[in-house]
Write a protein that binds this ligand. Structure first.
Ligand SMILES: Nc1ncnc2c1ncn2[C@@H]1O[C@H](COP(=O)(O)OP(=O)(O)OP(=O)(O)O)[C@@H](O)[C@H]1O
Ligand SMILES: [Mg+2]
Length: 410
């Protein structure tokens, strides 16, 4: 049984709260004269039939909507009386949300999704990345940070959503049917995570659910009917979701793990996404550093100009940086496909950078070369070009092998 912290002071206080909606058929009384308070560190389940006002309550608690009548105080702030902007500020500072449909941005990585609330707060990029990584690691997704939602299972998507809700360190977490789209095992995983956050960090949680098993994990259950709270009971012995999870039969687990991603997503992952330009820039810097080190070694240590020493050191430094810094930027070791692309593009890039330099250093070379090529037959020109292409491929292959040599296995 999880040790739920004792409620001490009210974090939330609703007094005489009503919410009316005007609709074509007349007024709907979604909430009626509700008095309710949550203490710091409580884990409350909100249950009730469809249309009983649960989501309406969550919207008010979450400062998305304001009561028609009555007062809502959150952490001593009269949130219900605030303007839209004022409520947005309270929301951003004090509340994390989790929804049934996850509400993640598609085509945006888990990391970027989690960084978003920090971006709204104007947190600098480096700090944002660090905190988003911590939040994703806390929900057990440290190895999936560069996956987009469609490359993640439902449970993993919900954990990304939880990380996003947590990244601002809010004292209050609101969840409207967070397990509504999940199977039993995954629901228990999410609940175990929420219980841990409640227990270890003292985060107050209010969770709407239709399922008895899920409500049984909370330390207090509030039942709604027709906009009124009809019962409010303390659960002395909440289900420990982690223990319930451990008691589930194992085969289901392995099946779920392997069903994680579609074949299409798996293929995309094997190929790997684009490699950031900063990796190429870092390689170039490392290469120049290596060459400089080699030249200094030649001058100062052996007092001999041995050209392959700076060249070799440069190439080794580039490959080492491509493997290590590449892993850091991409989030996992470069796939063979990414290594091949890095090697080829980098080799071509270096050739393009060196060509003008060579022309500038050897002004006679270009006309001489042109004259020589002019004297050759077309087959011979073809052979020269082929040698050039093979040269680029050979250097790329060497780079590929060196990057593979330096690539960590995980
Ligand atoms: N924007 C709205 N305009 C008009 N009526 C609304 C609006 N939102 C909710 N209602 C009405 O208010 C009542 C309470 O709705 P609410 O969404 O809070 O129910 P709920 O308990 O969350 O239901 P469910 O379990 O189906 O999600 C319902 O009768 C609903 O039709
Ligand atoms: Mg609802």
């Amino acid at each position: 049984m999880p040790a739920v912290p004792e409620p001490t002071e009210p974090l939330i206080q609703l007094t005489g709260v009503s919410k009316d909606y005007e609709s074509g058929a007349g007024v709907v009384h979604a909430l009626r004269e509700l008095d309710l308070s949550f203490g710091v560190g409580e884990f409350v389940a909100i249950v009730g039939t469809s249309g009983s006002g649960k989501s309406t309550l969550m919207n008010i608690l979450g400062c998305l909507d304001r009561p028609t009548r009555g007062t809502y105080t959150l952490a001593g702030i009269d949130a219900g009386a605030r303007s839209n902007d004022g409520r947005a500020l309270v929301r951003n500072r004090l509340i994390g949300f989790i929804f049934q449909g996850f509400n993640l941005l598609p085509r945006t990585t888990a990391l970027e999704n989690v960084e978003l609330p920090l971006q709204y707060r104007g947190v600098p990029a480096g700090e944002r990345r660090k905190r988003a990584m911590e939040a994703l690691t806390a929900v057990g997704l440290g190895d999936r940070v560069h996956h987009t939602p469609n490359q993640l299972s439902g449970g993993q998507q919900q954990r990304v959503a939880i990380a996003r809700a947590l990244v601002t360190d809010p004292p209050l977490l609101l969840a409207d049917e967070p397990t509504g789209n999940l199977d039993t095992r995954t629901s228990l995983e999410v609940l175990a995570l929420l219980q841990r956050l409640n227990r270890d960090r003292g985060i107050t949680i209010a969770l709407v659910t239709h399922e008895h098993d899920i409500a049984a994990c909370a330390s207090r259950v509030c039942t709604f009917r027709d906009g009124r709270m009809v019962s409010d009971v303390t659960n002395e012995a909440p289900t420990d979701a982690a223990a319930a999870l451990a008691a589930l039969p194992e085969p289901e687990a392995s099946k779920l793990e392997s069903d994680d991603e579609s074949p299409e997503a798996a293929a995309r992952r094997r190929i790997g996404g684009p490699v950031p330009l900063s990796v190429f820039a870092a390689m170039l810097a490392a290469g120049l550093g290596g060459v400089l080190g080699g030249v200094l070694y030649n001058r100062l240590v052996i007092d001999h100009a041995v050209p392959w020493i700076p060249l070799g050191l440069g190439v080794l430094a580039e490959a080492w940086v491509a493997a290590r810094y590449g892993k850091k930027r991409v989030g996992r070791p470069l796939t063979p496909d990414q290594r091949a692309r890095v090697s080829l593009y980098y080799t071509l890039g270096i050739a393009a950078l060196l060509a003008p330099f060579a022309l500038w250093q050897l002004p006679d070379a270009a006309p001489q070369l042109a004259a020589r090529l002019g004297a050759l037959g077309s087959a011979q020109v073809g052979a020269v070009l082929l040698v050039g292409v093979l040269g680029v491929l050979a250097v790329s292959l060497l780079r590929y092998l060196l990057i593979s040599l330096f690539s960590p296995s995980r």
